[in-house]
Write a protein that binds this ligand. Structure first.
Ligand SMILES: O=C(O)c1cc(=O)[nH]c(=O)n1[C@@H]1O[C@H](COP(=O)(O)O)[C@@H](O)[C@H]1O
Length: 243
């Protein structure tokens, strides 16, 4: 496989830094120099704070700040304004927070970025988490809609509220790609190569299937980060993505 192919695959892969400390995070980042986009989620942000974002930027990395905000409009707006000041590339909010909260969040993210003189983040609406099965949706969460209909409603809500994209399972990517505006970015976690464990993910596809279904970006964590040799796992994934 040539370097160019490697680059193209790497540009579509987002690897989550689901570790507890800044030291562990930087060790992974430095071990996998081909990864361009790193996701900083709740565990790491809560434990190590925003300094890590600066360190990632120093290493010329793009940043997906996955805070999955879900609150009343005023609180979401405050958090989005503050998060946008860090100059991150992507920021997540839960689409189920509703239109008023999403619209306020979007405006606040733009204000925060303008204040800090950085580009605004692409605000992504999380639709239905990839660990939720149809059974859980119906019997535990008591949502009286088919899973795909519910996900579509959340995705449309994100779009109508002016968000730049959504996070969804690759199993719904095909439907959402056909239904949403082409301007909406589709980011898919819940991606598992055939050689990896499913872990707690429920609605999964392989990387090649997810891309064929219309995902723009794939979020793949444990198959790489929990592997005995993360470098080899990353290379293998890039190979899986070749046509
Ligand atoms: O917003 C996310 O990134 C996300 C949404 C979702 O529906 N499912 C989901 O797994 N994620 C995140 O994607 C990553 C998946 O990690 P792995 O299951 O290890 O590949 C984790 O960091 C999750 O927090």
């Amino acid at each position: 496989m040539g370097d160019l192919d490697n680059l193209q695959a790497a540009d579509r892969l987002i690897v989550p830094l689901d570790v507890a400390t800044e030291t562990a995070a930087l060790a992974l980042v430095d071990r996998l120099p081909q990864v361009r986009i790193w996701k900083v989620g709740l565990e790491l942000f809560v434990s190590s704070g925003p300094e890590l974002l600066r360190l990632l930027k120093q290493r010329q990395k793009r940043i997906f700040l996955d805070l999955k905000l879900h609150d009343i409009p005023n609180t979401m707006a405050g958090a989005c304004r503050a998060a946008a000041r860090y100059g991150v590339d992507f920021l997540t909010v839960h689409a189920s927070a509703g239109k008023a909260a999403l619209m306020t969040a979007r405006a606040a993210a733009q204000e925060g970025a303008a204040e800090a003189e950085v580009p605004p983040p692409r605000l992504l609406g999380v639709t239905l988490l990839t660990n939720i099965s149809s059974r859980t949706l119906a019997f535990e969460l008591k949502v009286p809609l088919e899973l795909t209909d519910y996900t579509l409603q959340l995705a449309l809500l994100a779009q109508d509220s002016g968000l730049g994209g959504i996070v969804c399972s690759p199993q719904e990517a095909d439907l959402l790609r056909r239904t949403l505006s082409p301007a909406m970015t589709l980011v898919c976690p819940g991606v598992r190569p055939a050689w990896a464990q499913q872990d707690d993910q429920q609605r999964v596809l392989t990387p090649a299937q997810a891309l064929a279904a219309g995902a723009h970006y794939l979020v793949i964590g444990r198959p790489i980060t929990a592997a005995a040799a993360p470098e080899a796992a990353f290379q293998r994934l890039c190979q899986d993505l070749l046509p």
